[in-house]
Write a protein that binds this ligand. Structure first.
Ligand code: DGL
Length: 270
């Protein structure tokens, strides 16, 4: 039972931020990662289409790789319908939305929290709804801003350029004006742009990435259950891409590290 891998997926390279944290915190766990680089970006797509992709990928992880858990390392896919995804597969499903938001709420002093994400995530209202549940009695003013274009820069491996800086200045203006003291990176690609984002919003603003928080929550979920892998043999990692596998290996190694040694191709069909 405990040898079954943890399944992690994203539209592309963004979920590697989560996979990195999972490998670091849970080095004995086996992991299967699917990056749907053939169909990225998810952000501008209709949410029902993204929901279909997410269900297809989760089903593949469960049926073909026998995963014991699915981590939706993509805010857009989670925002498109986590409940339906949970109904569709018979293993626990975790998302990055609640862990990230919980961390942002812990970090804020002035109660003004910014969330940036894809158009799909921000438009879905997922963060606006979750903050009502998680903030309870505390007064929190949430400022949400969509950042179309950020994901494409990361997928091209362009994480630090004048163009991304100029785009960030324009897109981050609403969170700067709202005087947030905490900014949640509500897209798993954005930690790769953290230096630019921090430079633009001001280095006194705390940036929160959902990657570490999700891995911590995953660790507590597994702790004390028979789902945790025991023993001291390092976990194995399987990397799958629906796009160009050489690109995934090359850029993936730069973004995540040497654990990405071989990348399997997957054709998801239409
Ligand atoms: N990494 C995905 C997210 O967290 C972004 C996706 C995309 O637009 O493809 O929302």
């Amino acid at each position: 039972m405990e040898d079954r891998p943890i399944g992690v997926f994203d539209s592309g390279f963004g979920g590697l931020t989560v996979a990195r944290a999972v490998i670091d915190l849970l080095p004995y766990e086996n992991l299967v990662y699917i990056g749907d680089t053939g169909r990225y970006p998810y952000g501008p797509r209709p949410l029902d289409e993204v929901r279909g992709f997410a269900q297809q990928i989760a089903a593949k992880l469960v049926q073909e790789h026998g995963v014991k858990m699915v981590v939706v390392a993509c805010n857009t896919a989670a925002a498109a319908g986590l409940d339906r995804l949970r109904q569709a597969v018979d293993v626990p499903v975790m998302s990055v939305i609640e862990p990230g938001l919980r961390a942002a709420l812990r970090a804020t002093d002035n109660g003004r929290v910014g969330v940036i994400g894809t158009v799909g995530t921000i438009r879905s209202g997922a963060y606006q709804r979750s903050v009502k549940e998680l903030a309870g009695e505390s007064r929190v003013e949430l400022t949400c801003a969509a950042c179309p274009g950020f994901v494409e820069f990361v997928e091209r491996g362009e994480t630090d350029s004048d163009q991304v800086y100029v785009l960030a200045e324009r897109l981050l203006a609403p969170v700067r004006e709202a005087k947030v003291d905490t900014l949640l990176l509500g897209c798993t690609h954005y930690p790769f742009l953290a230096r630019t984002i921090s430079d633009v919003v001001g280095r006194d603003v705390v940036l929160v990435s959902s990657a570490d928080e999700t891995a911590f929550e995953l660790r507590s979920t597994l702790a004390g259950t028979d789902l945790r892998r025991s023993g001291d043999a390092p976990g194995t990692h399987t990397w799958i891409s629906s796009g160009d596998t050489d690109t995934f290996r090359r850029l993936g190694r730069r973004l995540l590290g040497p654990e990405i040694d071989r990348v399997e191709a997957w054709d998801p069909g239409a």
